[in-house]
Ligand binder design. Structure first.
Ligand code: ADP
Ligand code: MG
Length: 227
């Protein structure tokens, strides 16, 4: 479950970015859309407690983010958020398996190689455990990053432009994998994307009562630019 009220953010010397109020139930699926530069990645970073808002409140899975110190936010994020960033940030020096072990360490969990194998298995990349990231194809690297994101069974999965560099077939597979994984774990899923294919791919998967929730961010108005 996510609730945002009165949320706004301003980068240093940047425009004020104000976000509409929203509520997404636990297990729901949200697409955050809008033109490039409208604030999609910013919204994800605020909800992941990677940045603090200039104004407003965010509650994620019962946790008010304003109440977290920086260190507590890091620990909370590691345990509750599965983040699939636009750049995957796999550590180049480490094997796939060690990259996932790092996520367990960050979440304060003892190393659990069986859990790592299961996560890789569920995404069809178990045989890549000993490879380094530069020995993976783009699609394989994305599956590994998704395995890392869901390893701690987060309540919320956040994906930033997950189809950006994918052809139609790979984009469909990526969206299906994210949705299947969220469903299997009872996680809430948020995909930020300017790619119209994502909504088209999600819609038929969501014959749920709630269906697909969308948040369309407007282009930033020129008058909101900082002087
Ligand atoms: P989107 O993900 O929708 O493309 P972003 O959230 O990345 O948009 O950016 C929203 C706005 O904030 C844009 O105008 C962008 O130029 C600006 N912005 C993003 N990151 C920074 C930053 N680190 N410093 C200053 N401005 C930024
Ligand atoms: Mg972005």
């Amino acid at each position: 479950m996510i609730t945002c009220r009165g949320l706004a953010y301003r980068y240093k010397a940047g425009p004020l970015i104000a976000f509409a109020d929203m509520t997404l139930p636990q297990g729901g699926v949200l697409m955050v859309s809008g033109p490039s530069g409208c604030g999609k990645s910013t919204w994800l970073s605020l909800v992941a407690a990677l940045m603090r808002p200039a104004a407003g409140q965010i509650e994620v899975a019962g946790q008010a983010l304003a109440g977290l110190s920086a260190a507590a936010a890091d620990a909370w994020r590691a345990r509750n958020i599965g983040f699939l960033p636009q750049r995957l940030h796999l550590s180049a020096a480490l094997s796939v398996q060690r990259n996932l072990a790092l996520a367990q360490w960050a979440g304060g969990q003892p190393e659990d190689l069986a859990a790592i194998s299961r996560a890789l298995e569920s995404l069809g990349v178990a045989d890549l455990a000993q490879r380094k990231p530069d020995q993976l194809s783009g699609g394989q690297a994305q599956r590994v990053a998704l395995a890392r994101a869901v390893l701690m069974r987060p309540k919320l999965i956040l994906a930033d432009e997950p189809t950006a560099s994918l052809d139609d077939e790979a984009a469909a597979a990526a969206v299906a994998l994210m949705h299947q994984t969220a469903l299997a774990q009872g996680a809430t899923l948020v995909i930020a994307s300017h790619d119209a294919r994502v909504a088209a791919l999600l819609m038929p998967r969501l014959a749920l009562p709630a269906g697909l929730q969308t948040m369309q961010l407007p282009r930033l108005a020129a008058k909101s630019q900082a002087a």
